[in-house]
Ligand binder design. Structure first.
Ligand SMILES: Cc1ncc(COP(=O)(O)O)c(C=O)c1O
Length: 427
């Protein structure tokens, strides 16, 4: 039977046994438990809790009749607005408007790996999809070590040592900040240090800034400020605009990387053609910004800052170690202090930790191992997004102070999830 052309042994070996993305799997597992009548606190999937700004939804409504295929690189006015946005909000200068619009930045990152025949370098921990994408394409992946003591940040000397020991090879470094899974961001000086190493070794850098507008203090450091000629900036509507399901991501290229942009546009032309027309028209409104969107972002950041701080404090009080909370909506606590007690309960790795926590408390998280951490390390990723973002924003809009009482009133499930974790780990 195995000789039949339609049998599974004919799968590309790169995808044979490839599991679905861990973030999507935990969502399905949570839903399964909910359907059995269990109360589940969903800290697994990293989705924005906030609604899409009204002006952007209105723009989408108006654009519904747009039905034509659009240019492969994206609508020209959209590409112009994205360039303006990156300049205005993030101080990123691009001489020309070299932007590629794709169906989510995930797909654009995948196309970069397809187009660029180099080894992938990613800090450990990193977002779940970079390495599987490399595996699908057949690229080599190297995880660069970081430590909790350094707030899980890649140090220039670590990057330099690796590249110096293996000189002359084409390499792609993906750097993400504010970071999924840690919630930590880099400071301008730290990025300048990494940029110096990247330039010396001629690395192609994808700066994954999908959470840049959700820095809790509105900071906008970027490695593109220090290594513009080798950096592609990645962003999109999914996080800051609350529109993950709209599937629109953008890459901004320097002139020096036009060859890469052209190759990726060619791949796009042979695969998805162009992103949905109404979504592109609506995205013009989103990237154009204005006072309503600025206020929306300010309010989102205020809620996330307060909830992130509350959650991190609750976990630290329970003995977890975690770095300062800078942005996005993730925490990456380490439970090493409770290792002996957990061991007595049969827990000796991060998948076991996540599974037992879910079973005992109904709190769904992801194990550190899916982000590239060693299995025995007791780390988890928590997405503090299980609250009604629309209601919370309306309360901020109405002038409610965003304090501890606000968090308890508007994010009760997140507060309860943290309480349950703390009780479970100390109990
Ligand atoms: C770090 C990071 N990069 C990229 C993405 C992909 O975002 P999208 O494809 O929705 O633009 C995500 C989504 O969770 C992410 O967390």
């Amino acid at each position: 039977m195995t000789g039949l052309p339609l049998a599974s042994p004919h799968l590309n070996p790169n995808v044979l046994g490839l599991p679905p993305s861990a973030t999507l799997a935990i969502n399905e597992r949570s839903n399964e438990l909910i359907s059995q009548g269990r109360q589940v606190y969903k800290l697994g999937l990293g989705q924005s809790p906030f609604p899409v700004p009204r002006s952007v939804v209105d723009a989408l409504r108006r654009a519904a009749p747009e039905k034509d295929y659009l240019p492969v690189r994206g609508l020209r006015p959209l590409r112009e607005e994205v360039t303006e946005f990156l300049h205005r909000r993030h101080g990123i200068e691009r001489a020309r408007r070299q932007v590629l619009v794709g169906p989510g930045s995930k797909e654009l990152i995948f196309m970069t790996q397809l187009a660029y025949a180099g080894e992938l370098l990613v800090p450990s921990p990193s977002w779940v999809s970079y390495a599987p994408q490399a595996r699908i394409i057949g690229r080599r992946v190297t995880w660069l070590p970081t430590t909790l003591e350094d707030d899980w940040k890649l140090l220039p000397q670590v990057l330099d040592e690796y590249c110096s020991a293996n000189p002359g090879l084409p390499r792609l470094l993906i750097l993400n900040y504010p970071n999924n899974p840690t919630g930590v961001s880099y400071k301008e000086a730290e990025l300048a240090g990494l940029a110096g190493v990247a330039r010396r070794h001629q690395l192609l850098v994808v700066s994954d800034e999908i959470y840049a507008d959700l820095d809790h203090h509105g900071r906008t450091a970027s490695i593109a400020h220090h290594y513009p000629e080798g950096t592609v900036v990645s962003t999109g509507l999914s996080k800051w605009c609350g529109a993950g399901g709209w599937r629109l991501g953008v890459f901004s290229f320097p002139d020096e990387l036009e060859w890469l942009c052209g190759a990726m546009a060619a791949i796009a032309s042979e695969t998805f053609t162009s992103v949905s027309a109404p979504i592109q028209y609506a995205a013009i409104e989103a990237f154009r910004g204005g006072p309503e969107i600025e206020r929306y972002l300010e309010h989102c950041r205020t809620v996330l800052r307060a909830l992130g701080t509350h959650s991190a404090t609750a976990l630290r009080n329970a003995g977890c170690r975690l770095p300062p909370v800078d942005g996005a909506f993730y925490l990456f606590p380490e439970f090493g202090a409770a290792a002996d007690r957990l061991q007595q309960r049969g827990i000796d790795d991060s998948p076991g930790l996540a599974e037992q926590l879910l079973q005992d408390t109904g709190v769904a998280t992801l194990p550190g191992s899916v982000f590239g951490r060693p299995r025995p390390e007791l780390t988890l990723r928590l997405s503090y997004v299980n609250f009604d973002g629309e209601r919370a924003l309306a309360a901020v809009e109405a002038g409610e102070p965003v304090d501890e009482a606000f968090i308890r009133e508007h994010c009760p499930d997140t507060v309860e999830a943290m309480r349950r974790i703390a009780e479970w780990v100390t109990g």
